[in-house]
Design a protein around this ligand. Structure first.
Ligand code: FAD
Ligand code: UDP
Length: 392
């Protein structure tokens, strides 16, 4: 570990952002490690060799943000397409548009309500929900009323989380907008798009921008490498983006996660479902959604980017219980988890040379833009200060 000023554990968005900033702003030498054989963490994408279609290895990732600093930052490393995400949901063998909008409401109730009429109806259906919802069920009913909740959220959420909606945080569903107009864009952010040449390329450009100041070591697990751990215990600045409970050897018990499993199918047809993401709201289908990747880049298909337009790649997404050692995807965040997390965060204060960041390090359900912002903020507020203190 000679000539290393900072160790970054995890080459996901959080780790790469800190590494890029520290290399280019502070001129330090950084070692970035990841236990996987690629950079980019869960946001990674790569080209499927058989079809030429770009697949998001860990599930559909759409970049969206209203934060200009984040948008300008990511645009330094890649151009973005003008992709706009739209999602549909199958319920009772019928296709509805999501998020819940006036079109969904009118189709569901077989009506032609005006925005005000629809608002009145939903308010009436939501009248029993408490003013301040304590859990996902109360929040869902407050947002869209009992009938729409039962149709589009209750069973989908049961499949996704396999925890009762009364046990889940209201925040999970708060991120879904409800619209009393016909706007069926999934996100309401100011900026949205996909990296023109893929996430994989974006992350590589970030890393390469650090030149020789950043060294990358893939296939390296922090917990199996004594030299790396000695760097940390010897006081070296360490950015840790793995699970915070694992760092402390699960001293207060495990934080709970949901995992996801993807069943990939390459089909000999031009278009399987006509859109990138189709959700399945009922229990009849065991998967939560199907992703058809070619629809994320229509601009590529039309200019012949896809190798064989007669083929398509779909991922069926299944939610899965998480067990220690498996890939953690979604923090469950029960009350018990929140209490454990507080204890771990308290313990972390005794490690001033370790910055816990990202979705695993902070045990948070962060979108990519929030992860970028969190890393940029920690760089400014913590990492820069750390060097100032240690160089004087
Ligand atoms: P990660 O990407 O998880 O990176 C952490 C890295 O640390 C990993 O590469 C891991 O291998 C490595 N690591 C862990 N432990 C060790 C160890 N012991 N040693 C070495 N390396 C280690 N966000 C959006 O904005 N839009 C979306 O559409 C979207 N869709 C999503 C869909 C799914 C199914 C999921 C689960 C998330 C989605 N997200 C989306 C969120 C997005 O994936 C995260 O914001 C982002 O991946 C967080 O980056 P990170 O660096 O914090 O963590
Ligand atoms: N959700 C739902 N029905 C849907 C889509 C989402 O009930 O058709 C709920 C579900 O609880 C899910 C949450 O809303 O966990 C957030 O969904 P989103 O698609 O934003 O999250 P993602 O799984 O893509 O992170």
């Amino acid at each position: 570990m000679k000539n290393v000023d900072m160790l970054v554990v995890g080459a996901g968005i959080f780790g790469l952002t800190i590494a890029e900033r520290v290399a280019n702003e502070l001129g330090k030498k950084i070692l970035v490690i990841d236990k996987r054989n690629h950079i980019g963490g869960n946001s990674y994408s790569e080209i499927d060799t058989e079809t030429g279609i770009e697949c998001h290895k860990y599930g559909a990732h759409i970049f969206h943000t209203s934060n200009t600093i984040v948008w300008e930052y990511v645009n330094r490393f890649s151009k973005f397409t003008n992709y706009q995400h739209r999602v549909y949901s199958v319920h009772n063998n019928e296709v509805f548009s999501l998020p819940i909008n006036l079109g969904t409401i009118n189709q569901f109730f077989r009506a032609n309500f005006t925005p005000d009429e629809a608002k009145k109806l939903i308010a009436n259906q939501a009248k029993d929900a408490p003013e301040v919802p304590k859990n996902l069920k109360e929040q869902g009913i407050k947002l869209i009323g009992q009938s729409l909740f039962e149709a589009f959220v209750m069973n989908y959420t049961a499949k996704q989380w396999q925890t009762s909606a009364e046990e889940l945080s209201p925040d999970i569903i708060k991120r879904l907008p409800v619209r009393y107009n016909y706007n069926n864009r999934y996100f309401s952010d100011v900026y949205e798009g996909l990296p023109k040449n893929g996430y994989g390329r974006l992350f590589k450009t970030m890393l390469d921008s650090g030149g020789e100041k950043i060294t990358l070591r893939l296939g390296t697990d922090y917990f199996n490498d004594n030299e790396l751990r000695e760097f940390t215990s010897g006081g070296g600045l360490t950015i840790f983006t793995g699970p915070i409970d694992q760092f402390f050897d699960y001293k207060y018990g495990e934080l709970s996660w949901r995992s996801v499993m993807f069943k990939k199918e390459t089909l000999p047809i031009h278009d399987f479902q006509g859109c990138p993401v189709m959700n399945y709201a009922d229990l009849e289908q065991p998967f939560t959604r199907i992703i058809e990747f070619k629809h994320f880049h229509p601009e590529r298909t039309s200019n012949g980017y896809s190798k064989d337009s007669r083929k398509t790649v779909i991922y069926k997404e299944f939610s899965k219980e998480w067990k220690k050692g498996e890939e953690p995807y979604y923090p469950v965040g029960t009350r018990d988890d929140q209490e454990k997390l507080k204890k771990y965060q308290q313990l972390a204060k005794q490690y001033p040379n370790v910055v816990f960041g990202g979705r695993l390090g902070e045990y948070a359900y962060y979108d990519m833009d929030v992860t970028f912002l969190s890393a940029l903020t920690m760089f400014k507020n913590i990492v820069t200060d750390w060097y100032k203190k240690h160089e004087n």
